[in-house]
Design a protein around this ligand. Sequence first.
Ligand code: SF4
Length: 347
Amino acid sequence: MTAPLVRLTGLTKHFPTPGGLVRAVEGVDLELHAGETLALVGESGSGKSTIGRLVLRLIEPTAGQVEIDGRDLGTLGAKDLRALRREMQIIFQDPYGSLNPRMTVGAMLAEPLRLHGLAKGRAVDAAVADLMRLVGLLPEQARRYPHEFSGGQRQRVGIARALAVEPRLIVCDEAVSALDVSIQAQIINLLVDLRRARGLAYLFISHDLAVVRHIADRVAVLYLGRVVELASAANLFATPRHPYTRALMSAIPATDPTTRHERTLLIGEPPSPINLPNGCAFHPRCPHAVERCRVETPVLTGDGHGTACHLWPALPAVPPLPAEHETSDRLKRLQARFQDQRPTAAE
Ligand code: SF4
């Protein structure tokens, strides 16, 4: 096995607030390899977006390390960090908010090319046209402004801008969550194609397990800043172990009303990250909690399929999620429709 592109060791982030210390991320250990898609899933407040920002060094960790290619980001000087940042890009949920409304898309794509010396003079226009084609837009659309594009097209522009600097890692922060499901399928296809063609690694942050099931190689399930389950996507969806993962999965509706899958209802809201419960942070919502869960914090154990739960081996097995659950099935049908064609500019 080659060395990971990204290695997180004991990564921790606390935010001081007037109400107390928000423990957003607590001792996370993860690895992401070149060409791999690692999904971070969990409810709002689980810490997944904070991890994305820590990896990009947009915020400083309270403790722990982020290593890229074996280099600790915390020890890099400003020049080295700037050079490394070129290799790590982000795609946001709302591309419109990150696009300058006063610049044409062509000017926006040209800017990083010039800044990083990737193209000069006339070669810039050719490189912009290539980027537009790469993401399924027409080169002549580079003369337009962001408001002249649809939501899906703007996300393509966001992807083109991330690709302009030839990154190796892209953090996709809820990158398809705001899109209509048919456009979601096109953007996911595009991301999958680009990963294959360019050997990109994705840190794919999402609350949508159906989308994650389709795109991820491995999945880390987060609850209140900790990884509670870590496995290949195939294993996680076939044999979810942690009660929280099972509850997230059982919330996905089935397409076929005759198809039944066991439901584990999540009771109540997650506790405040300012005042985390002792022991397993999930115990106030867990239907299986016992006294030990209230006093002892479970650690992630298990080769290949890690689970942070004292009781999971003794929990009743759940049948795997039906392959045809609603969103996944819709995505598959839509993807079959778009499979043989490059995404078009006519969304
Ligand atoms: Fe539930 Fe206990 Fe497992 Fe936590 S450790 S998930 S409370 S059974």
